[in-house]
Design a protein around this ligand. Structure first.
Ligand code: F6P
Length: 553
C-alpha cells in the first residue's frame, strides 16, 4: 500500500492539509501578481531554482511563502517522498498491473544496483545499451548492409504512443546533432497515408525498418509493419530471407517478434517495468541513437539521471519536479484550472508538447484512486500547446483575455543551435524577446487606467485592457543539447509522478485506452463485410451504414 492508502488515511479532500489550502485560497482571494511583486522586490530571486542546466523562474505564480509551505505540507501528508523512494527502490508501485516503475534504472550508471524481485536490473540495461551501440556503429559505418549489399541510408521507425512519440520528439529536438546524410521517418498512424508518405520516395534496398512495440500486439504497429514488409519484399523482388537485413524489433515480447518473422538476434529488449510513455531511453530509443549517435544518446541519459538524482535527494524546498507538481495541484484543485499550456520557444521542440500529452494525460487521466474508489477531486489537466511564436498569432488571445485560468510553461534557450548561419542566429533575440514579453504581459497585463492614459476612446478601453494575473513558469537553459533534453523530460516525468502521488491514483496504468481498441476490432468486419455487430447502438449502426453507402459497398 502506498500514498494515502498506506496508513488507511482519510480521503485527500478531507485531509487537514487540503482544508488549510482551501482556506488559504479564500484568504488570498483575487490577489494580483502586481501586488505580490510590489510587496516583495526580491521575489524573482527568491522564487527561482537551478537544477543542472535548467533555470526555473516561478515568481510569476499566484503563490506566497505560505502557499508554498502549505503545498509542501500536503506533499508530506500524502506520502509523496515515500512513494518516490519506493519507485526508485523498484517496488511494484503500479498496483493495478503489479509492476515496478523503473524508467529511472534505464539511465542509472552501470555501478548502480536496482533490484526487482531480488534481481539487479542495471547490468541488463547496460548490456542492451551496448548491443544498441554496436548495431548503430555497424549501420553508421556502412558495415551493416541491406539484402542487395547497399548500405542503409533510410531509417523508418514504426510504433505508436510511447513507441513513437519519444523518439520522434527527440529526433526533432536534436536535429542539429543528427547524421544529416541519413533520412529518418516516423510512422505511427494506421491510416495507410502515413506509411505511404514515409516510404514513397525511399529505395527499399537502403531502408531499415525499426518495429517498436513494447507488447508487439498493438494493431496499428503490426498492421503497418506487415505493410512495410510487403513494400520491402515487393520492391526488392525478394523473399522472406531479405527481412533479416531490413527489420529489427524493439520489444519486451520475443515470442511475438519471432512470430512476425524478425530474427530475435535483431531484437533489442526492454522490460515490463518500463512504461510505454517512459520508454524512449530504453531500446525504444534505437532510431534516436542512430540519428544522434551513441555518445549523444549517453549524454542525454546522463541528463535524465541528473534530474532523477535531484528529485530523489533534494529537500522539498529546492525540489524542482516537486514544486512544479505542487503548482499544478494548486491551480487544478484550488483555482479550477482545467488545462495546462506548454509553450516552448524553440522550433526544435515542435513535438515536445505532444510528447508531454501522453506522458501527463495517459498517466494522470484517472478518476478512481489506487483502490478503485471514485475520487472527489480533480486529477490530471488537459495539456496542450505549440511552439512560440506561432501560438501567439492563434490562441494566445484566449489565454490573455479569455475567461479561463490557464497556467503555462514558457521554455527557451539562451543560444540558438550552433549550425544556424549568422543571419538566422540573429533572429534568436527576437524569439526570446517574445518569450519574455509574453510572461510579462500574462502576469502584469495592462490596466484600464493605463489604456485610457494612452488616449484610447472610452468604449474601447475594456477591449484593450489586459487583466493579467495569468501564472507562468519560465524554464531557461543555455542551449538545447542532448543532456538538456534529458533534464527537461525527467523534470516533467517526475512532476507528473508528484501529482499522481498526491491525487492517490495509479499514474502507471492506462486502462482507459482499452475499450476503444476492443470496439474497433468488433466494428471493422461490419465496415468491410456488412456483418451485424450484436448490441451496436443505433447511432453507431447508422454511421456504419452511412460509411458503407459512401464507400459504395
Ligand atoms: O494504447 C496505449 C499504449 O498502450 C501506450 O501506453 C503505449 O505507449 C502504446 O499503446 C504502444 O504500445 P506498444 O509499445 O505495446 O505497441
Amino acid at each position: 500500500m502506498y500514498g494515502l492508502n498506506a496508513a488507511g488515511r482519510t480521503a485527500l479532500d478531507r485531509l487537514p492539509e487540503w482544508k488549510a489550502l482551501a482556506e488559504h485560497r479564500e484568504e488570498l482571494g483575487e490577489v494580483h501578481l502586481r501586488e505580490l511583486f510590489a510587496n516583495a522586490p526580491d521575489r524573482a530571486a527568491r522564487y527561482s531554482l537551478t537544477v543542472g542546466d535548467l533555470h526555473l523562474d516561478y515568481s510569476k505564480h499566484l503563490v506566497t511563502d505560505e502557499t508554498l509551505r502549505l503545498l509542501r505540507e500536503l506533499a508530506a501528508a500524502t506520502g509523496v517522498a515515500e512513494l518516490r523512494d519506493a519507485m526508485f527502490r523498484g517496488e511494484k508501485i503500479n498496483n493495478t498491473e503489479g509492476r515496478a516503475v523503473l524508467h529511472t534504472a534505464l539511465r542509472a550508471p552501470e555501478s548502480a544496483v536496482v533490484e526487482v524481485d531480488g534481481h539487479n536490473v542495471v547490468p541488463a540495461v547496460h548490456a542492451v545499451l551496448r548491443k544498441m551501440q554496436v548495431f548503430c556503429d555497424r549501420v553508421l559505418s556502412g558495415d551493416w548492409k541491406g539484402h542487395t549489399g547497399k548500405r542503409i541510408r533510410n531509417v523508418v521507425n514504426i510504433g505508436i504512443g510511447g513507441s513513437d512519440l519519444g523518439p520522434a520528439m527527440a529526433y526533432e529536438a536534436l536535429r542539429a546533432f543528427t547524421a544529416r546524410d541519413l533520412t529518418f521517418r516516423f510512422v505511427s498512424n494506421v491510416d495507410g497515408a502515413d506509411l505511404h508518405e514515409a516510404v514513397r520516395d525511399l529505395d527499399p534496398a537502403e531502408t531499415l525498418f525499426i518495429i517498436a512495440s513494447k507488447t508487439f500486439t498493438t494493431i496499428e504497429t503490426i498492421t503497418n509493419a506487415t505493410s512495410a514488409r510487403n513494400w520491402l519484399l515487393t520492391g526488392l523482388g525478394a523473399g522472406q530471407e531479405a527481412v533479416a537485413k531490413h527489420f529489427v524489433a524493439l520489444s519486451t515480447n520475443a515470442e511475438k517478434v519471432a512470430e512476425f518473422g524478425i530474427d530475435t538476434d535483431n531484437m533489442f529488449e526492454f522490460w515490463d517495468w518500463v512504461g510505454g510513455r517512459y520508454s524512449y531511453d530504453s531500446a525504444i530509443g534505437l532510431s534516436l541513437m542512430l540519428a544522434i549517435g551513441p555518445d549523444c544518446f549517453r549524454e542525454m541519459l546522463a541528463g535524465f539521471h541528473l534530474v532523477d538524482e535531484h528529485f530523489r535527494t533534494a529537500p522539498f524546498e529546492e525540489n524542482a519536479p516537486l514544486l512544479l507538481g505542487l503548482l499544478g495541484v494548486w491551480y487544478g484543485n484550488f483555482h479550477d484550472a482545467q488545462s495546462h499550456a506548454v509553450l516552448p520557444y524553440s522550433h526544435y521542440l515542435s513535438k515536445f508538447t505532444a510528447y508531454l500529452q501522453q506522458l501527463d494525460m495517459e498517466s494522470n487521466g484517472k478518476s478512481v484512486d489506487r483502490d478503485g474508489r471514485p475520487v472527489s477531486w480533480q486529477t490530471g489537466p488537459v495539456v496542450w500547446g505549440t511552439p512560440g511564436t506561432n501560438g501567439q498569432h492563434a490562441y494566445y488571445q484566449l489565454i490573455h483575455q479569455g475567461t479561463k485560468t490557464i497556467p503555462a510553461d514558457l521554455i527557451g534557450f539562451a543560444r540558438p543551435v550552433a549550425e544556424l548561419e549568422p543571419g538566422l542566429a540573429a533572429q534568436h533575440d527576437l524569439l526570446m524577446a517574445n518569450l519574455f514579453a509574453q510572461g510579462q504581459a500574462l502576469a502584469f497585463g495592462k490596466t484600464a487606467e493605463e489604456v485610457a492614459a494612452e488616449g484610447v476612446p472610452e468604449e474601447l478601453v475594456p477591449h484593450k485592457t489586459f487583466r493579467g494575473n495569468h501564472p507562468t513558469t519560465t524554464i531557461l537553459a543555455t542551449e538545447l543539447t542532448p543532456s538538456v533534453l534529458g533534464q527537461l523530460i525527467a523534470l516533467y516525468e517526475h512532476k507528473v509522478f508528484v501529482q499522481g502521488a498526491i491525487w492517490n491514483i495509479d499514474s502507471f496504468d492506462q486502462w482507459g485506452v482499452e475499450l476503444g481498441k476492443v470496439l474497433a476490432k468488433r466494428v471493422e468486419p461490419a465496415l468491410v463485410e456488412g456483418t451485424e455487430v450484436p448490441g451496436l447502438d443505433a447511432s453507431t449502426a447508422a454511421l456504419v451504414a452511412k460509411y458503407r453507402e459512401l464507400r459504395g459497398r
